[in-house]
Every structure is written in structure tokens, then in C-alpha cells.
Design a protein around this ligand. Structure first.
Ligand code: CP3
Length: 344
């Protein structure tokens, strides 16, 4: 196995001392990068995801062009419903759609939870190829969607601002909801294990829509499944949980088997440290919209953010995915500022 030349990200996740914090950006592969947009004109979304050479090329773009300290594999969270036997379409510019939503016990019974490694072999192949191409330069990050977020798409069939159908299902068919969440959890653990076997050095679980739930409901429908996933990897590889919008869960999650927690910009670094008793690595929390401000302003804010979190037990990142309208030199200014940071 090639030794990593830059293992800042893994050091931060292991709470080891670093010379500066590592930095990467959620959704760094794709969207705003001109070379990605060129590939998008030639190949449709799932061709890009399912062709290891293309997925590798897209994964490496931000490493080479922006200089991030970690490569996140180019894929999507909705490959899990596909592996479970559910059709997922991606309409350019419109987002995902799942024509057949889950409605009944029978729908749940027919869902596959086995052999993630086989059904998602193309992701594993992309990871192995990317690992090889990285040649030890930076760690490789695998990922999956969290059970609640995947459940949302499987019930609604598309994105939603309120997720009211998913919540209606959860509140009226609670037993079926837990069955489905559990099935998603089982295949997700299997899938993330396969990703690690294929070369991922750590994994992130995106609970993008957990913030649609109240704190009480988060504890019922999201947290137990996030904890199951974190537990399954405690002797395996570091797990970063990203329950967007759920600052109230920080205390509980900081006592879990996870190595890191991603946070968004709705909580201050100081308060996040207080809630987690400084005992877990925090990741975040720059508002991606701030990347639209002038570069000198971005640099000032990034430095203030690191000062507020402290340089140890910290991974500089955005508080959610980078948006397609961010100029590349602004994204680079974000990353450069972290790399120039000197510990006071
Ligand atoms: O971080 C990375 O750069 C790796 C690639 C990645 C993609 N999707 C590629 C993608 C990752 C980590 C994801 C995760 C994902 N996918 C999430 C969780 C993260 C988040 O932002 O909250 C969610 C909710 C999805 C579902 C999804 N996929 C949506 C809602 C959309 C459409 C809108 C959009 O642009 O995000 C996608 C499509 C998608 N997945 C694109 C990319 C680069 C854009 C489509 C395109 O470029 O053609």
C-alpha cells in the first residue's frame, strides 16, 4: 500500500496534532468546474457515475485544480435506491426523480439489501482506480446518503422543500418507516465497507434532509440509523456524519463512534465546540454563498473561521455543497487561505 504524502485529513479525524487544518469542499467534484461541464455535455449523469475512468477523472479535477487535501469519489447518494432495485432518473438541471415511490409493505419487502459490492461494483472500481491515480497524494473519501435522506427520496420520488409526504409516511406508517430505514441502513453499511475495501480512507454520511425533522423526530427517524452506521465502522475506518440543520444533535453525536461531525453555518464554531465538549473533530462550516463575495473578504472570513474553531480537531469545509455559480478562483481562495494558515 502506498503511504500517504498528505494525511492531514486522517490525522484530524484521529485527533492527532496537525501543522494546519486539512481542507476539502462538499460537492467539490463537478458543478462549478469548467472541465466537468465539458464532460457533462458529452456523457449523461449516470454514464459519468458508472464509468470508472470518467468518475476518476472528475474526482481528480478538484485535487489538481483547487489543491484540496482530500478527494471525494464522484458518485451520488441515489445509487443506493438503484442497488435496492428502484429506478432513479437524473434530469439535467432538474435533479433526480424516482418514478416508482414506496407505498406499501409489499414495496418494502421486494427491496434488495444484499450484495452492495456486486450491484455497485462500478463505484468500487472507480475508487480503486482513483486510489491508484492519486498515488498517495491525498486521502480518498467515500460516501453514502444517510438512511433518513434516502428514505425521503424513496417516498417523495423527487426533491422537496418540505418533505411533507416523507414525513406524513413516517407519522402515519411508523412501523413501515422503520422497516425501510433499517433496510437502507443494512445495505448502506455493506456498501461503505465495500468502498473502504476498494480504497476509501474514510467515509462521509450525508444526512442532507435531516434538518426537515424536529429534534424529537430526528431522535426517532435519523439518529438511531446514523449511530448504527458509525458503530459498524469503529474498528474499520473514520466516519464523518453530516446531519445538515441538526445542531441540537451535536452533543449526542459527539458521544458516538463517529470520528467527525460536519456542521452547517447556522451554528457558531464556539457553540459547536461547547456542545461537543471539544471531544470530536468538527468539519465545516463556511456558508457556500459566501464564496460569491470578493476574494479578500473570503480570505478574512476563512481565517476568522479557523481561529474560532481552533486549528486542531478541525477540518475546514463548507457548511453544505459548493453551488454551481461559484467562480473557480473563489473556491481556490477558500482552499489557499486554509493552506496558508499558521497556528498562532
Ligand atoms: O462531493 C462531491 O463532489 C462528490 C459527488 C457528489 C454528487 N452528489 C454528484 C452530483 C456527492 C457527494 C453527491 C451527494 C448528493 N446527491 C447529496 C448529498 C449532498 C448534498 O448536497 O446535500 C444529495 C442530496 C444528492 C442528490 C442529488 N444529486 C441532487 C439533489 C442532484 C441535483 C441537484 C444538484 O446539482 O445537486 C444530484 C445531481 C448531482 N450529483 C450532480 C452532481 C455533480 C449535478 C448534476 C450534474 O452535474 O449533471
Amino acid at each position: 500500500m502506498t503511504e500517504l504524502k498528505n494525511d492531514l485529513l486522517l490525522k484530524a479525524l484521529r485527533k492527532e496534532k496537525v501543522s494546519r487544518p486539512p481542507v476539502w469542499m462538499m460537492r467539490q467534484a463537478g458543478r462549478y468546474l469548467p472541465d466537468y461541464i465539458k464532460l457533462r455535455e458529452k456523457y449523461d449523469f449516470f454514464t459519468r457515475v458508472q464509468t470508472p475512468e470518467l468518475a476518476t477523472e472528475i474526482t481528480l479535477q478538484p485535487v489538481h485544480q483547487i489543491g484540496v487535501d482530500g478527494a471525494i469519489i464522484f458518485s451520488d447518494i441515489l445509487v443506493i435506491p438503484q442497488a435496492m432495485g428502484v429506478e432513479v432518473l437524473m434530469e439535467e438541471g432538474k435533479g433526480p426523480s424516482l418514478p416508482k415511490t414506496i407505498l406499501t409493505q409489499k414495496d418494502i419487502d421486494t427491496l434488495n439489501t444484499a450484495n452492495a459490492e456486486h450491484h455497485l461494483k462500478y463505484v468500487c472500481d472507480a475508487l480503486s482506480l482513483t486510489k491508484k491515480e492519486l498515488n498517495g497524494s491525498v486521502p480518498l473519501i467515500g460516501f453514502a446518503g444517510a438512511p433518513w435522506t434516502i428514505f425521503c427520496y424513496m417516498i417523495e420520488g423527487k426533491g422537496s422543500k418540505t418533505w411533507d409526504k416523507a414525513k406524513q409516511f413516517a407519522y402515519t406508517q411508523t412501523e413501515l418507516t422503520h422497516q425501510l430505514l433499517q433496510k437502507i441502513t443494512i445495505i448502506t453499511i455493506d456498501y461503505l465497507k465495500a468502498q473502504i475495501k476498494a480504497g476509501a480512507d474514510c467515509v462521509q454520511v450525508f444526512d442532507s434532509w435531516a434538518g426537515a425533522l424536529s429534534p424529537e423526530d430526528f431522535k426517532i427517524f435519523a439518529q438511531p440509523y446514523l449511530l448504527q452506521i458509525a458503530d459498524a465502522f469503529k474498528d474499520d475506518a473514520p466516519v464523518i456524519l453530516f446531519p445538515k440543520g441538526c445542531w441540537y444533535a451535536l452533543k449526542d453525536l459527539s458521544n458516538s463512534a463517529a470520528s467527525g461531525i460536519g456542521i452547517d453555518w447556522t451554528i457558531s464554531p464556539q457553540f459547536a465546540r461547547e456542545l461537543t465538549n471539544n471531544n470530536i473533530t468538527l468539519q465545516g462550516n463556511f456558508d457556500p454563498a459566501k464564496l460569491l463575495a470578493p476574494i479578500p473578504q473570503i480570505k478574512k472570513w476563512v481565517k476568522e473561521m479557523i481561529d474560532a474553531f481552533g486549528a486542531q480537531n478541525y477540518i475546514a469545509n463548507l457548511g453544505h455543497g459548493i453551488t454551481p455559480n461559484v467562480p473557480v478562483d473563489h473556491a481556490k481562495a477558500f482552499v489557499d487561505t486554509v493552506k496558508e494558515y499558521r497556528i498562532p
